[in-house]
Design a protein. Sequence first.
Length: 553
Amino acid sequence: MSGYVKIVPLGGLGEIGLNMMVLECGEEAIVIDAGLMFPEDYMFGVDMVLPDISYLKAKRDKIRAIILTHGHEDHIGALPFFLEEFKGIPIYGTAFTLGLLQEKLRDQKGGELEECYVVKPRDRVDFGPMEVEFIRVCHSIPDCVGLGIKTPEGYIVHSGDFKLDSSAPPTERTDLRKFAEYGEKGVALLLSDSTNADRDGFSLSEREVARKLEEIVRERKGRVIVALFASNIRRIGQLMEIAARTGRKVALVGKNVVANSRLAAELDYLDLPSDGLVELNGIEQAPPGELLIITTGSQAEPMSALSLMASESHKYLKVREGDTIVLSSRFIPGNERSITHMINNLCRLGAEVIYSEIAPVHASGHAHRKELQLLLSLVQPRYLLPVHGEYRHLVAHRQLAQEMGMEDGRVVLAEDGQVIALRDGEVTLEGRVEVGKVFVDGKGIGDVEDVVLRDRRHLSEDGMVVPIMVVKEQTGEIISGPDIITKGVFFEERGGEVLERAKERLLEMWREITETGRSDETELEEEVRRVLKRFFKKEMGRRPVIIPVIIGM
């Protein structure tokens, strides 16, 4: 049984984000990535979502290392919240990835990374019966790697998030030669990025995006403001080169884009303008036709720089007639409504807004079908496990593999918590482990459960009604009230008649129950709740949350 290999996804299969996986061999285990997810529409008040690590806590003594494939939030964002649990376990990642993690740790916890090791592509590290080789891949952030893992059950290859882009610098291109080498050795299992498995052809190259961005910058006479993901260092660098060629100065606006650019410059991934950057307080004084602004907020995050500009709340930058604003990113599912609202506000302020649906101003960092086919043909795995994507993406990846002649039984579809076993050259699904989502709400981690979200959703849809009465404890006689306070049910001034009828119904009910001599406070509160629930359902077709307040004197 020493050669038995087990893969346990704790997040990232069947969903976008939350990427975290455990690879076990005998009494040794490694963790691959520890990402978060941003809240969906129904997660009222939740700031971010983390994977449940209950399974890992039970395996704490087996974990030899945490390995990070790259620095995006959906791959490293959960780690600062888990570092206490993983104290003493070494973390391996590339220089830029660990640099971003260090920044996050300082911001969120005020701490420093302790046991961490910088790795480079083609480095190899032994973890007991497993040996991990880091393979350079191209993505939308610098310093990304896939993994070649030697196990007693054969080679496992993990693509990481990747794309193929021949226009990328040689130091950032996906190392197809290395993937082909593994294919020649014989790969038991390939874990491959499925995010764009439903998109035909090849992904757009950064060269094409840069060409369109330069065209926009050259043609516009006013300021050009480009909003993008702060981690997209290559595009930030391209914009700085475009600014130099078109005679514009560059301003960086937004905490993350400033911090990430500084880190990238320190690691030689970015060349800052030789004549310096325009300071925030100098933006409004700069000639409009000589300024290119790079900013955050392409997803309309509430306090991001571009959102503040759209609401005319930014301290240093006011959007005006003649400005051109480019959203150089995709619309992340769930953010469409907020982004559209922001675009409308920017247009009202006189700006022209350009985004990927109307011009090629963004390239995905994930491989399309042709690229996935090429990787599959190079690696030639015995089994394929699609990872990273919603379930429909995993299914699309399976269809792609089948079209290439891979037998149905050789493509394994799994979701979070399913145990994927590699034994005697065969891959099978063997049961489930406990997985789930942990909600972060302010400073609270894990104290928001599904029932809390249901209550918040109920409040958001139907509002709240608080009936207040002061009664004599001995007789049940009402001394004051009933007064009824509502929130989110209707506009108070227009609901007067409804509230008066509700009070009459309460008084009628109160007379009936006090005549029977019932005086138990809990029972009375429940009766008030029942009567008002029926009343508002009949009168308005709504079911507000009823919170009775009965004060005994």
